[in-house]
Design a protein around this ligand. Structure first.
Ligand code: PLP
Length: 454
């Protein structure tokens, strides 16, 4: 048995962490989460922390579900691995693909598996370019994405994404990807501009990019229905239908990245339904297994799948773990539990609206808060220095980090992105859990305010 100090020393000596400043890590040591149950995680010091992030937007059915462990165990005993290359497969990915197609918006009936959201987006990028090549239009290969988008950390994922800091370290992006403005009214709407008009203007930026490149050069537009890592940016209702109309008009494919929003987060199985769009592809991962196993699924619409089947020719693409039987068995059990417990409907009809009310009533009025917003169980709190002018504390991001640290101290795990606090809790949260979160966040805001106004 190791002490926390020993574990931290070993960690600093050997473990390179994702998205971490290793100088900081060395100085401060890592926080060790050692177990979890229901909506709570526990650190090595025995602190109980309400997990407002569902891990990393993924543990939708909460922690400690023995049925998932049992499903993995049974599958490992029976068939721990076989591949799905070269016209082989195993029963679990086959049955999972059917299940996902049943839950998906109409017309998305084929599924390609990987292990991560990044892999799914790589696949999607390659697949849409392959599609246009099969259609005899290989020059239709440009992709339009958005500033501040997050589509993963592989070279293709980073290139698709719109985070400048990540681009700066890329050392050569995948070519022919352009980034347009994001639908982020809090910072980008003009004085007096209605939400509707702002949404239409942000959508027009997509059309401008299509026209600039020439529609015969543009393969697809990709976007997260709600930008997640970029700050839970919820577009106005006018945005997605207009983007879809523009894509259809110019015969540009519409790709949704639902790695966060897929499987219930916004109160529908897919956010495509929440926002009323019918995409050509949907990328999913995370909550497909509630994070209990690494698994992603790219949902492919009938138009693309039809061309693959009609034209033939091998798509030279796949991963050793595409359709991993154990991950797929866990996903099947996870989806079964979500359906049995009616979690998606509960978010839509009960906890989602209650969560919005909690943010509005308990948090929205706080002097540090410029705006709260949410859809389903996905929310954001904008931290500002001045409620009226929305001026931020300097340096940007420092205030939110302070709120986050106080929140963790109060037993509330949330994330800070720039000056936006993010919440994306397990879908098992009840009204009582939401009340508890509200209390802890309000206390964290008070403590941060006392520090900031010192
Ligand atoms: N796309 C979105 C919208 C994401 O939020 C993420 C991860 O957070 C990814 C893609 C990448 O997924 P992964 O980390 O599983 O590669």
């Amino acid at each position: 048995n190791y002490s926390l100090k020993q574990l931290q020393q070993i960690d600093a000596a050997h473990h390179l962490h994702p998205f971490t400043d290793h100088k900081d890590l060395r100085a401060a040591g890592s926080r060790m989460i050692v177990r979890a149950d229901g909506p709570f995680v526990y650190d090595s010091e025995g602190n109980e922390i309400l997990d407002g992030m569902a891990g990393l937007w993924c543990v939708n059915i909460g922690y400690g579900r023995n049925e998932l462990a049992e499903a993995a165990y049974q599958q490992m005993k029976e068939l721990p691995y076989y591949n799905s290359f070269f016209r082989c497969t195993t029963p679990t990915p086959t049955l999972l693909a059917k299940k996902i197609a049943e839950l998906a918006p109409k017309g998305l009936s084929q599924v390609f598996f990987g292990s991560s959201g990044s892999e799914a987006n790589d696949t999607a990028l390659r697949l849409v370019r392959h599609f246009w090549a099969l259609e005899g239009k290989p020059e239709k290969n440009r992709i339009i994405s958005r500033k501040m988008a997050y589509h993963g950390s592989t070279v293709a994922g980073t290139s698709l994404g719109g985070m400048e800091g990540m681009h700066g370290q890329l050392g050569g992006a995948v070519p022919n990807i352009v980034h347009v403005m994001m639908p982020y009214a809090f910072e980008l709407s003009l004085p007096g501009e209605s939400d509707h008009d702002f949404g239409m203007r942000a959508a027009r930026a997509v059309e401008d990019a299509i026209l600039e490149a020439g529609p015969d050069k543009v393969a697809a537009f990709i976007g997260e229905p709600v930008m997640g890592a970029g700050g839970v940016k919820i577009p106005p209702a006018s945005y997605w239908p207009e983007v879809q109309r523009i894509c259809r008009k110019h015969d540009v494919l519409l790709m949704l990245d639902e790695v966060i929003t897929g499987y219930g987060r916004t109160g529908h199985w897919f956010a495509a339904e929440t926002f009323g769009v019918e995409p050509d592809t949907i990328t999913t991962a995370k909550a497909l297994t509630s994070g209990y196993q690494p698994l992603s699924a790219l949902l492919v619409g009938d138009r693309i799948a039809g061309t693959l089947q009609e034209k033939g020719g091998e798509f030279y693409h796949g991963y050793t773990y595409s359709g991993h039987p154990v991950a797929c068995a866990v996903a099947l059990k996870n989806l079964e539990i979500m359906e049995k417990e009616g979690l998606v409907e509960r978010v839509r009809d009960d906890t989602g609206p209650y969560f919005a009310e909690m943010l509005r009533e308990r948090i929205g009025g706080h002097p540090l808060v410029g705006e709260v917003r949410s859809v389903g169980l996905m929310g954001a709190i904008e931290i500002v220095g001045d409620k009226r002018t929305r001026e931020r504390f300097q340096p940007v991001g420092s205030a939110a980090v302070l709120v986050r640290d106080h929140a963790i101290g109060q037993g509330m795990m949330m994330r800070a992105t720039g000056d936006t606090m993010i919440l994306s809790p397990p879908l098992i949260w009840t009204r009582q859990t939401i009340d508890l979160a509200g209390e802890r966040i309000a206390r964290a805001l008070d403590l941060a305010e006392a520090d900031l106004r010192k």
